[in-house]
Design a protein around this ligand. Sequence first.
Ligand SMILES: Cc1cc2nc3c(=O)[nH]c(=O)nc-3n(C[C@H](O)[C@H](O)[C@H](O)COP(=O)(O)OP(=O)(O)OC[C@H]3O[C@@H](n4cnc5c(N)ncnc54)[C@H](O)[C@@H]3O)c2cc1C
Length: 510
Amino acid sequence: MTQPSPSSQRIAIVGGGLGGLAAACTLAARGLSVTLFEKSDWLGGKAATLDVDGYHFDMGPTILTVPSVLRKIFAEAGRKLEDYLDLIRLDPQWRCFYENGSILDLEEDRERMALAIGKYADDRSAQGYRDFLRFSERMHAISDRFFFYRNVGGMKDMIDFSVGFKPKLLVDVLAMRMGHSVAGTVRKYVPDHRVAQMLDHFTQYVGSSPDQSPAVLCGIASMQTNEGIWYPRGGTGAVPAALAKLAGELGVTLRTGVGITRLLTDETGRQVLGVETETGESLTFDAVVSNSDTVRTHRELLAAAVQMNRRFERRRHYEAACSGVVMYLGLDRAYEHLLHHNFVFSKDPEEEFATIYRKGEPADDPTCYVCASARSEPGVAPPGGEALYVLVHTPYLRPHHQWSTMYPAYRRKIIDKLKRCAGMPDIEERIKVERYLTPQDIHDRYRVFQGAIYGLASHGKWLGAFKPANRSPDFKNLYLAGGSAHPGPGMPMALMSGWIAADTLCQDRV
Ligand SMILES: Cc1cc2nc3c(=O)[nH]c(=O)nc-3n(C[C@H](O)[C@H](O)[C@H](O)COP(=O)(O)OP(=O)(O)OC[C@H]3O[C@@H](n4cnc5c(N)ncnc54)[C@H](O)[C@@H]3O)c2cc1C
């Protein structure tokens, strides 16, 4: 049988977020003809930027980890990442401010960090950190073997990939401490509650509660210590800009300002045939990669395909990850005691997480993440100033959440917390520029599921790490990429998701 030549395959990408751009670059690098449709007038989705009166802000992601994923995407096209992005390594990685006024820096070097924990807390916690990282490394290795760079939608796919259920796989599955949570695992190793609170926060990268997330997610710590935290000069927005440049060089047609209202299907409703734009164009394609949220792709873009949608809905319960309030503050002074990345922790993490993730309400005493990118690149603010980004995680949108009325009081809480716990007593008088996003804004702006920042929650101590597979098991010719598809949210995972969707598509068609 004659195989179709790669260039005769016409692929549509719905959405120009990091997953969509990664898929577009990978497919185009392999010779397929790609058209990307993005409803907004910028590319990068949540990795958007904001420029006001000389202050430059990244609006969404600020912490870039696991740059090897980006490197792999550029390598697909025979390019070097360094020719497109200037990456600066940040160490210490975060500064942690606690309610009692103490400060602990997260250092990249494991032994240096263990020694710092020994001084800050006690020797048991220092040893506990070393042991925790060994466990984390094991989880990372398991993720590398079974989850990463492959199309996985559940436990069965993991087993299929190992070509039969080998004893080694059983050992790995047992090592994953299935049925145990991240919070429980952290505390098994580290007795000091402040150090444990710091380690809990790796699950905030996936917008999920540490006490409901599976222990395998402890692997995130090892990914960060191994590959570091990076700042792309120019801000995180430089990442989608670099990918868009590569996509252009590879001949991808980038159609910004064009929303897709529907995926076209055949009469059985099982096969995707193309896309319909909001201006009514019906365009046929050989396959479609949806970088739109997976749940909204099914419920909205494929609403007419009732039977196949039912299969999608029955497969699992889709719970949104957390949302957030983001403040962009242009200040007329710098706070030199901040690092580039800072966490100003809540007093009681259990109460905080229970309020956000179980009660579904904003926390009364929230942890504030503060990004002061002027530490690495002074040009993001006018001389002597600070372009401060403050993110507080909140529950995903509930019907009674009216953020237009809730925001002013919550802003007050955040500002008071920064004044009290982060050494910024005069912050309010220093604000020259102020903008913000509420969960409702995030929902509308990025067309996400219930305002979620990080796609679907990773809740479930057994199977919480699994997300919808990149090759749709329900619709032929449909592939899923982005933070709500496998392997999950965050920049590196969303990028990897795009690569997997593209790679799986190529395996199927070329
Ligand atoms: C405030 C905030 C802070 C974050 N912090 C970090 C961080 O520090 N580190 C980190 O790694 N991650 C962070 N994240 C998460 C990270 O940004 C996301 O996981 C990642 O960017 C998601 O990429 P994606 O591929 O899912 O695409 P998205 O960014 O969700 O983009 C999807 C795109 O598809 C478009 N689209 C949707 N539907 C349609 C349609 N029907 N037609 C056309 N276009 C459509 C949307 O307009 C959007 O541009 C943060 C996110 C936010 C919002």
